[in-house]
Design a binder for this molecule. Sequence first.
Ligand code: ADP
Ligand code: MG
Length: 337
Amino acid sequence: MEVKDLGEFNLIEKIAAHFNGRDQDLLIGIGDDCAVYGKGSKKLSLVTSDMLVEGIHFNLDFTSPYYLGGKSLALNISDIAAMGGKPRWFLLSLALPGHMDVSFVEEFCTGAAHIANKYGLKLIGGDTVASPDKIIISITLMGEEDGTEPIRRDGAADGDQIFVTGTIGDSAAGLELLKGGTSRDSENKSHVEVIMKHLSPTPRILESEFIASGKIATSMIDISDGLLQDLNHICRSSGVRGKVWLDRIPLSDSYRETAQGLDLDTPFPLVGGEDYELLFTVPLEKVEELDLLEKEFFCRVTHIGEIVRGEGVALYDSHNNEIELTQYGYEHFKAGQ
Ligand code: ADP
Ligand code: MG
């Protein structure tokens, strides 16, 4: 059997089965946005790792090294945000073909340093190696829980309400434009807006801190693989079912204009991925605490569905009819991706 027949998530399970991942200091191991350890110490530690491969995660024809550097760090920060943590230190590993111009590294690091300085992160190590022809970037980011409890994927319960920050689908629409030859110098402001959401996502660190310190969410994840796929991760971990109302999905005006021009279908924003928004569940009695998040952080927060008993994720139209889903979102090794 080839790895592509098994798929990303089964492969991770297969890998994990070889190791005994538990010890008394470990609070959360494989299966969440970060591992969490240091039980009994003053602050819990978090660690997350993400890899970007040229041709799969980025294309230098339409991604500048500057934005690539910033985004590589931002998507790791987003995983720390998903657990309500504070990012602190990172390791940067680069595999580069020898013919690359040194200016690539200069610009990449300028972009990464911009984001590192914005969030107060320190580079503490890494690895630098030669690669035959493709660039590979791997970042491991460490953080801590600053007086808060980590928000896990497995805490969603029957009756909880599902919320999402920001708008959905912009990044995926931006990628479609870039692939079709539109650049961020376009005269069309909507196009530039969705393209920048793709090239330079903003991790929701402040919003996550608010949610964690108020103990508002029972579960949380950041949207990297697509809203439905990531909701399914929450539902699988929590042993519940997620109901999503299609007409509640927050779409930006720029997304709507772009989608019309590109003829993108209805589920596109839900499966596109790379939104790096927070998707979380809230018990009914805590829902009104989210008002402050909207008011004080100017963060759009949208009620998109509810958790019920059962399994999987279901999408409903405005007449409460279930919409059949062929795909939840992005999964590595899946055909056509
Ligand atoms: P995210 O999208 O939040 O970055 P992933 O879907 O990449 O999360 O990973 C899901 C979980 O599987 C995480 O806990 C991650 O650490 C773990 N994981 C992924 N690949 C491996 C691997 N090769 N070995 C061990 N754990 C892995
Ligand atoms: Mg994540």
